[in-house]
Design a protein around this ligand. Structure first.
Ligand SMILES: [Zn+2]
Ligand SMILES: [Zn+2]
Length: 397
């Protein structure tokens, strides 16, 4: 008899909008790269499903911790016509959950552990990338797995980790053993579940933003998990003034623990003026757009770049937004500034470096503001649509 497990699954109805044009990767009724143009009336079910069997190059992981991401919230949130907010790759029904860690309990043939370059034996503590890049397409071959043309995503269009077990390709797994030195057992797994969002921040400010030189100033707009993780990374890289723009007081409190030097409430204070004042008229080297509100924050960034004396600054766009950014070319030209986009967390050794950073003491645990059980995942995903008081809500098993 096939063994069963509980899983938190999201269902939705395939109901393409009038202007929807199916792309080459869309599978009618099952999967699309344009979620918000297709899926309607999402609903959760906690179901008994088969425990997956790892095939060639795959491992089965027993989940110990899995965080709720903004994407999970947006997959279950609807507009006035009942369509989901989340605009990207989705295939329902699907077990959600993509920020996870756990223990390898079973390995298929040819599933190798990068730490030892030997086959997985079982018992290894791991976290996993969420993007299942193919390794065969042109972007993958060129070294850009974050832009894979044959992408699957764990917890979006293939089954994720709000369950007892998840099956993943071993090439996506990274050991979190190094955490054991500084953290106790329970924290090891919680920290492991924060590697994925922290890697998104690392890819944004280091890989795409080009990092900084020790002694530079940085401005992070938006104190969600990505913005907060970027603050911690840039502080470690030697930023003298890490400035965070964030109106929510509870998030500002977490920022304090992660090494932020100045927190500006952009609703109560004039952001551009305040940043110029704090930096003695210099401005910043990196600006991270992590709010998803480019029309509101971009004019402020531009003002700081124009009036500040830092040349060669980089604006990194990491938050997704279906809005035009109001850019003045003259400002980019005169101030030698540039805008870059950042997506994903894979490639260029990002995961192992983030793990080593955390292992060496970059403690991201203050981001977790609530711990829940598996059964509480649906109600918490729904609550987070409105309640902004939490930062990271994590399911611990
Ligand atoms: Zn996520
Ligand atoms: Zn690919």
């Amino acid at each position: 008899m096939q063994e069963k497990m509980k899983a938190v699954r999201l269902y939705a109805t395939w109901s393409p909008r009038d202007d929807f044009q199916p792309g080459p990767k869309d599978i009618e009724g099952k999967q699309t790269y344009l979620g918000s143009k297709v899926w309607r009336n999402p609903s959760f079910k906690i179901e008994e499903v088969d425990i997956p069997k790892p095939g060639i190059g795959e491992v089965l992981i027993e989940i110990k911790a899995c965080g709720i991401c903004g994407s999970d919230v947006h997959m279950a949130q609807v507009d006035k016509d009942g369509y989901i907010f989340y605009p990207g790759l989705t295939g329902f029904p699907c077990t959600l959950g993509h920020e996870f860690s756990g223990v390898v309990v079973e390995a298929g043939p040819d599933a190798y552990d990068k730490t030892t370059n030997q086959p997985f034996k079982g018992g290894e503590l791991v976290t996993s990338e969420e993007m299942v890049w193919c390794g065969n397409c042109r972007p993958c071959a060129d070294g850009f797995p974050n832009h894979c043309e044959r992408l699957d995503e764990i917890g979006f269009n293939i089954d994720g980790a709000f369950a007892k077990y998840v099956k993943v390709p071993s090439r996506l797994c990274w050991s979190i053993e190094p955490f054991r030195e500084k953290y106790d057992e329970k924290d090891v797994f919680k920290l492991g579940s924060l590697v994925e969002p922290t890697s998104v921040a690392y890819n944004a400010v280091i890989e795409r933003g080009g990092g900084i030189r020790p002694g530079d100033n940085v401005l992070i707009l938006g104190g969600g998990p990505i913005g907060l993780a970027a603050c911690a990374i840039l502080k470690r890289m030697g930023a003298v003034k890490v400035i965070l723009s964030e109106p929510e007081e509870c998030r500002a409190k977490i920022a304090d623990k992660l090494g932020v030097d100045y927190i500006i409430n952009p609703i109560k204070e004039n952001l551009a003026e305040k940043v110029l004042e704090i930096t003695s008229g210099m401005g910043a080297t990196i600006y991270l757009e992590a709010t998803g509100l480019p029309t509101i924050v971009y004019p402020e960034i531009e003002k700081i770049i124009w009036e500040g004396r830092t040349l060669n600054s980089t604006i990194v766009v990491v938050a997704r937004a279906d809005a035009k950014i109001p850019v003045t070319g003259e400002v980019l030209q005169v101030r030698r500034a540039r805008i870059v986009g950042a997506q994903g967390h894979s490639g260029h050794g990002t995961f192992p470096r983030v793990i080593e950073l955390m292992a060496s003491g970059m403690n991201m645990l203050p981001m977790i503001t609530k711990e829940i059980g598996l059964e509480e995942v649906p109600e918490n995903i729904i609550r987070l649509q409105k309640d902004k008081k939490d930062c990271k809500v994590t399911c611990v098993m």
